[in-house]
Design a protein around this ligand. Structure first.
Ligand code: AMP
Length: 115
């Protein structure tokens, strides 16, 4: 069994978070340590520890995360100016929370992906 993280508590609203969107499949909330004017995390309600644990059964869920990200970017007013979606996997990517999450970053020029 995968170990729950703090994100499961956010999904169940057991700890405070600035939730901007939630449905039966995903939850989106503002990052506690924002790296850009808009920094939102989109996560599946189901616990999947890393990208390596995604299965074909999760195909629709992952597509839904992307659709929700685009809708939130529109709500935030950054869809036309642009934004970046990032998912980190394991140590070399700096993954800290082992519940997959898509970072939605925007609201400024984000520069090159790898500096
Ligand atoms: P990663 O390095 O891809 O695993 O990103 C984890 C992200 O989760 C970081 O950007 C953290 O700032 C963010 N984070 C950790 N705990 C919380 C929390 N309680 N509420 C919101 N964001 C969080």
């Amino acid at each position: 069994m995968a170990q729950e993280t703090i994100f499961s508590k956010i999904i169940r609203r057991e700890i405070p978070a600035d939730i901007v969107f939630q449905d039966d499949k995903v939850t989106a909330f503002r990052d506690i340590s924002p790296q850009a004017p808009t920094h939102i995390l989109i996560i599946p309600n189901k616990l999947i520890p890393t990208i390596n644990d995604i299965t074909e059964q999760d195909e629709t869920l992952l597509g839904h995360m992307m659709i929700v990200a685009a809708k939130i970017a529109n709500q935030e007013g950054i869809d036309e100016s642009g934004y970046r979606l990032i998912m980190n996997c394991n140590k070399d990517a700096g993954q800290e929370v082992f519940h997959i999450h898509m970072h939605l970053l925007g609201g400024k020029n984000l520069g090159r992906l790898i500096g």
